[in-house]
Design a protein around this ligand. Structure first.
Ligand code: IPD
Ligand code: CA
Ligand code: CA
Length: 274
């Protein structure tokens, strides 16, 4: 059943306004120069801006839709919640690229996805430092600052620029290094830009040709819809359990120009021993 277009427009505008407001907050907090850094677990950095932005986004959405559910990195982060996308749920990363943020880099984004009827319906990724808004409504294409975007049509992996990332917990890094080594030998070059949401949106607008990594749902739920709507192929190079929707299954993600997807998938599977 198609969703009511008036409802979807209302959701889109709320996501856009909220992402912009959260973006302004995190930009101002950094410019003021008094960020407080803490660690979640042994290695994962979280600043007071991550927590303030998470709260702001929840409050703004809850004021309009008190019955909707949330999956957010800093507050409601039980990922088993995201397995059920049948009724409205907002999937939020208040700052994607926290390490970049804390070091004064520009690859930082607010990521807001809205899902229901078992699919992500709206994706919004806003980079307040570059003033770039990537957006998509399911079935209506993808946009960067209001202009339609298309994924790269590159067909030759040797000419492809590929991005990936690394988890904070380095205990499982060995297989990741094997994948990086394999892909590096077959592509033009590799990037580690530090924001998965922006990496994926950069595949969507053709600045990158391929992206792969294992993540959490809030890192990529919005960006994946942007990439899908821009014509990139979105999937996984490893096994995906049947009971978790593909649009939020976070392991072994692969997002690529359509002509490069299969070749990259084969190489990643080989490197992973799958
Ligand atoms: C991280 C970034 C990074 C990716 C990590 C994520 P955070 O998100 O997206 O690019 O490599 O796996 O955890 O912690 O900055 O929200
Ligand atoms: Ca993230
Ligand atoms: Ca985050």
């Amino acid at each position: 059943m198609a969703l009511d277009p008036i409802f979807l427009t209302q959701i889109y505008e709320l996501a856009l306004n909220t992402a912009k407001e959260a973006g302004a907050l995190i930009k101002a907090k950094r410019n003021n120069g008094n960020l407080t850094n803490q660690y979640k677990g042994a290695h994962e950095l979280v600043t007071d801006a991550d927590i303030a932005a998470d709260q702001l986004i929840i409050n703004r959405i809850r004021a309009v839709f008190p019955q909707h559910r949330f999956l957010t990195e800093e507050t409601y982060n039980d990922t088993s919640e995201s397995h059920d996308l049948s009724t409205p749920i907002w999937i939020i990363d208040p700052i994607d690229g926290t390490v970049n943020y804390a070091h004064g880099h520009q690859m930082v984004a607010v990521s807001i996805a809205f899902a229901c009827e078992n699919e992500v319906q709206i994706g919004l990724v806003y980079n307040p430092f570059m003033d770039e808004t990537f957006s998509a409504i399911r079935g209506q294409g993808a946009h960067l600052n209001g202009c339609k975007i298309k994924a790269s049509q590159e067909t030759n992996l040797r000419k492809a620029l590929v991005a990936t990332g690394f988890p904070y917990d380095k205990s499982g890094v060995a297989p990741i290094i094997q994948r990086v080594a394999k892909i590096l030998m077959h592509c033009q070059d590799l990037r580690r830009l530090g924001s998965a949401a922006l990496d994926i949106c950069w595949v969507a607008c053709g600045r990158l040709d391929v992206y792969f990594e294992s993540l959490s749902p809030w890192d990529f739920a919005a960006a994946r819809l942007v990439a899908h709507e821009a014509g990139a192929q979105c999937g996984h190079f490893g096994h995906k359990p049947t009971d978790i929707p593909a649009c939020i299954y976070p392991n072994d993600l692969l997002i690529a120009s359509p002509a490069l997807f299969e070749k990259t998938r084969e190489l990643l599977r080989e490197a992973s021993g799958y």
